[in-house]
Design a protein around this ligand. Structure first.
Ligand SMILES: *Cc1c(COP(=O)(O)O)cnc(C)c1O
Length: 392
């Protein structure tokens, strides 16, 4: 008599097919079966390509890494679970107790926090300096300095770092130059051509572009540094989920088009906002009135990015009026979405600073940062004009 119940636990083989899927398959398997221990040896010793366990790597992360590798002009990029995990894997992979980091004083908020509050607990110290002032950067180097962490365009004041000077400083002093290229993207700033040793991205932002995944990317030019970062990523468990990688891959297919569109929109919106009576100042590196406009032109060419900041004449009440008059522009602390988003640093990313500290950076209660999206330009200008009218 046959068993009335089939063995449903044993997996049914995936159907054979002479045709192949056009879309990258999503491969959620955490584990991979090997034919025998010799095959596993071959894999771990690099003589055969294969996967073993999801935290050590998986095909969807590798497809995504190869795409960003091509954009950055390198090979062997590592996908991590977030932009911050890329920063974490890089710093903890390359530094040891007693080392010192020189960081830009205008880094992403959590990176600043990691340098100044977390790493000291692990015996790694940091000094922050103004990346537009090479003399200040140089003065902050100590005999223990090993690594330099910078972003090309700062958040939210959109100052442009003196990358030529920083590259020279890193070479002369033998420091590992780590560039967080999130704001500028590989097309705005080809980091390896400009002397970076390690490039980091928050893939969460412009690269994936739809605010539905959290991912990071890191690529080191040097193989030993790359391996150290990879091992730290795997040991700390910072590996991404296949689903997120698959989603980001999908987003990346339209990156070229989105990037062109958002930059054109940003330049036009900056000009439109600058002409409004409610606005005290507009910050956009592509505008001649930006304090770093000449450097931005030399470094970024025509790719001045999608971020525009502006300062209202009024304070918090004008800021409230503006956000309430623009409900169609999400007031949300992120950037790089396909649609335009608005952020108010004084109440979000920079709320930890004292009012005087914010004032010193030019971040008043009337300061806004716009991540310009792909909307039709006339619609954007109309929405912002209405919101600024309400704030006036
Ligand atoms: C958002 C961001 C990060 C952190 O990325 P997550 O994906 O949010 O962890 C790091 N650097 C910069 C410049 C960012 O904008």
């Amino acid at each position: 008599m046959s068993d009335p119940r089939p063995n449903l636990v044993r997996r049914t083989p995936f159907p054979e097919s002479v045709s192949r899927a056009v879309v990258t398959p999503l491969q959620p398997s955490v584990v991979y079966a090997s034919p025998d221990p010799d095959a596993l040896d071959a894999q771990y010793e690099g003589r055969a390509q294969g996967y073993t366990y999801g935290r050590e790597g998986h095909p969807n992360a590798d497809v995504l890494a190869q795409m960003v590798d091509r954009m950055e002009g390198g090979t062997g990029g590592i996908i991590t679970g977030s932009g911050m995990s890329a920063v974490t894997a890089t710093l903890l992979g390359l530094l040891s107790q007693g080392d010192h980091v020189l960081g830009s004083n205008q880094l992403y908020g959590r990176s600043l926090r990691m340098l100044t509050q977390d790493m000291p607990r692990w015996g790694i110290t940091a000094t922050l300096a103004d990346p537009t002032d090479i003399a200040a950067m140089e003065a902050a180097i100590t005999p223990a300095t090993k690594l330099l962490l910078v972003e090309v365009v700062s958040n939210p004041t959109l100052r442009v770092a003196d990358m030529e000077g920083i590259e020279r400083l890193a070479r002369e002093r033998g420091l590992i130059l780590v560039v967080d290229n999130t704001f500028t993207t590989p097309y705005g700033f080809p980091a390896f051509e400009r002397g970076a040793d390690v490039v980091i991205h928050s893939v969460t932002k412009l690269l994936s572009g739809h605010s539905d995944v959290t991912l990071g990317y890191v690529l080191a030019r040097d193989a030993a540094q790359r391996k150290a970062i990879y091992d730290t990523n795997v040991t700390l468990g910072l590996t991404p989920s296949p689903w997120d990688c698959w989603m980001a891959e999908r987003g990346l297919y339209t990156f070229d088009m989105r990037f062109e569109r958002v930059q054109a929109n940003a330049a036009a919106l900056a000009d439109a906002v600058a002409g409004h009576k409610a606005v005290e100042a507009v910050l956009y590196p592509g505008r001649p009135d930006h304090p770093d406009h000449n450097r931005a032109g030399a470094l970024l060419g025509p790719n001045f990015g999608n971020m525009v900041s502006f300062r209202l004449h009024g304070g918090r009440s004008a800021a409230n009026a503006l956000t309430r008059a623009a409900p169609m522009v999400p007031f949300a602390p992120t950037l790089g979405d396909v649609g335009t988003t608005l952020s108010h640093p004084a109440s979000s990313s920079h709320r930890g600073l004292t009012p005087e500290g914010r004032e010193a950076l030019g971040i008043t209660e009337g300061f806004f940062r716009v991540s310009v999206g792909c909307e039709p330009l006339d619609l954007l200008v109309r929405d912002f004009t209405a919101a600024l009218d309400a704030a006036a």
